[in-house]
Design a protein. Sequence first.
Lengths: 482, 332
Amino acid sequence: MIFHVNHRTAADVTSYVMGTLPGVIDHVGLDPQAAAGLHVDLDWLPYRSNFRDPVIARRAIDAQGHPLAHGEIAIDLAQVDQARFEAQVTEALRSLRAGSTNQDPAYVRLDQEFKPLRESVIWQFNRLFWQRLNEWQSASGRGSEAVPGETSDANNPQSIEDNVADFWTLLRDLDARGQLPAEIFALEIGVGTGERAAAWLDRFKELDEQCGGLYYSRLRFLLGDYSPATLEAALAAVHRHAPIVAVLSLDALNPFKTLSFLRFKILYIHLTNVYDNLPFDEMVRRGEGLYLVEVRPYLDAAAVQRLTTEHARDAEQLTDTMKRLLEGGPEAVHQDRAKGVAFWRCLWHALRLEERLRAVDPAESDHLPSGLSRSYLEDLLAGAPADARFQLSRGAAESFANTVPLLHPRGFLQVQDVFVTAMDAYRQEFSGPGKVDGSIVSSVNGALLRAVASRAGFDVHFAPFRYRAGSRTSVLYTTPRD
Amino acid sequence: MTLPILPTTVIGSYSMPSWLEHAKNDFLQRRVSRHDLDEMYDSARKAAIKDQETAGIDIVTDGELQRDNMIDYFAERIPGVQIDHSSKRFYYDYYESTVRSKLASGSLGLAGEVKFLRRYTDHPIKVAISGPHTLVKRIQNLHYPSEEAFALDLARVMNLELKELARLGATYLQIDEPYYSGFPEDLPWAIRAVNTMVEGVDAKLVLHVCYGNRYGKPSWEGTYRYLFPTILDAKVHLISLEFARRGDEDLQLFNEFKVPFAVGLGVVDVKTTEVESATLVADRIRRALKVLPADRLVITPDCGCVHLPRDVAFEKLCAMVEGTRQVRKELG
């Protein structure tokens, strides 16, 4: 048995689990060779709502889909309930031995195929959430702040003030050199409530007035988001600055497609909590082997029970109902939209992902984001521990590569998010997906972005968010690479 | 070979194949030998020449595919510049390079480029060399009292090389100075350095000034107004500028100032993969002809094609040539 303790807390639970497992393995009668090679991941999932059961089994297949001997179980220490733990491990070990993940007929698979995480149905849920944000929030009674009643890191006033000051310094410098463009373009991608943009513009205007009205009238502030509902709310929030603000419907994966007319013209681009919400894959390195994590959505017996009784749904038809929801929204599953939303919320909270590991062929490049060659992945892996699970933040990499061509030669991109800045850090905490409200949340592979950026002619730097003690957020900013 | 009216040329570099990028990186990691890499360079350069000829380019280069970037290739050759060869893993990065004592006079070893071109094409040929201003901005100076002093001494060394290249048959010699646009305040001494560099050189002399093309993006923005009137002192035959990406407003500067040289007109944007139509190219030339006579225009891309995919680079050159032919017909 090979234990991997991927966290730095919960020593008591860890001890309990490590002490209990050998006995359970004996009890199940796992083949001694298989038991010796069994890989056990001990994670601590930081998200209260997530896609994992307390104990899961992972089987491995080769690139052609044939089963491999490698098997793993993964335990979320945050969910360990000692009364049920041994039974859960027993079930996981038996399913590993039987050659499948879960056998319980009460489980309902919402897809029959395993797919890379990026193609999973969870991204359709994520899209629905942002498209129907108002409906979700009406039902939850919560706004978009990360912690109700508190200011999110995105809207931290001191951070915004410092940010405006930095931008102002850039403008003054360009102006002094006679290189300041007639129109000063700034862009916010993923606008949230619009509160941050409003505070930023207020501060910019204030500073401009103090300095005799130099730049505010030349500022063109663009708000970009793919959710019309979000844009509408944001526009209302910045109404004080309406003459210099424009809203644009754009895809965060490819801002350049919408804004190509502003190539090399935007002096400041800002994103908060966008990259973590873009599709990604997860990869697993086990010694010499490299695997792509594939997932399959399912509901456990308790969830199936709830959905069938509370929402009067037929267990056999849950997959079809889910498809209707994702294609047509809550009204497509219930005439009473509120009931449709309630079903959606219940389904999302119950959704779990089975996992398996598909070995990656050394010559294969399908798993790589466009613009990233194998040599970059090899460089990343050279700095990674021999056993690690890490994200291939495809969406973030794609978004970055399709955003920086908009930057003026002296402009900069700033991204506020939760980044894993070194591959080694993947051994220290769970960085995979969780749920916040109806959306996906995850860390972003900063080391990967560093590699993508260097190819695009930028250095990226990560500064911890210093305005709130205990914040997990850091700020990525670019400088041109000479 | 007699050049037609509105002759066409590339700025210098041609599309860098990804396999050659891998080979360059592998060479830095000692996974490819110098001999094998040189063979790859020769093949790539022959293909670059062939592509230019096929597209119909009049004055050709070797595509500069043996160069890692516009600094290192020269820094490694300048006698007296010290290079830390362990300082890069990616070929396109810059080495850490330093000058600690007065530069010696000696060959930069560029003669091979002229001989190679002479062997594989009968077109007029051009060799581009990074200028002293650009080089002093990247090579750490621990000896000379000022950047100007360093640049003037560098120009002295490079002058000997240019004379040798002209003797071997280089028709056009081009000095690349993208850093002017970032440091316009240096222009007076930077032009003096160019003049030192070209003194007594018997070739058509070109000065290329752009806004940078590092990683396929500009390093600076602004207008070419900063060049005037200082640039009028440059003892060159042609000044080559970018107009396609930036628009041609700056052409009006040639109404305002009487220039003693011809103008290389950038009509193809090398920072986008979108291929211009021949019609658009022709239109850009016609607009320039309202300001400058045809016998004082040379048609070029904005800058080197190194960052473009090969098929895109080739199609852009074809469009440039076809657009130029359309205007030539109109001129009779």
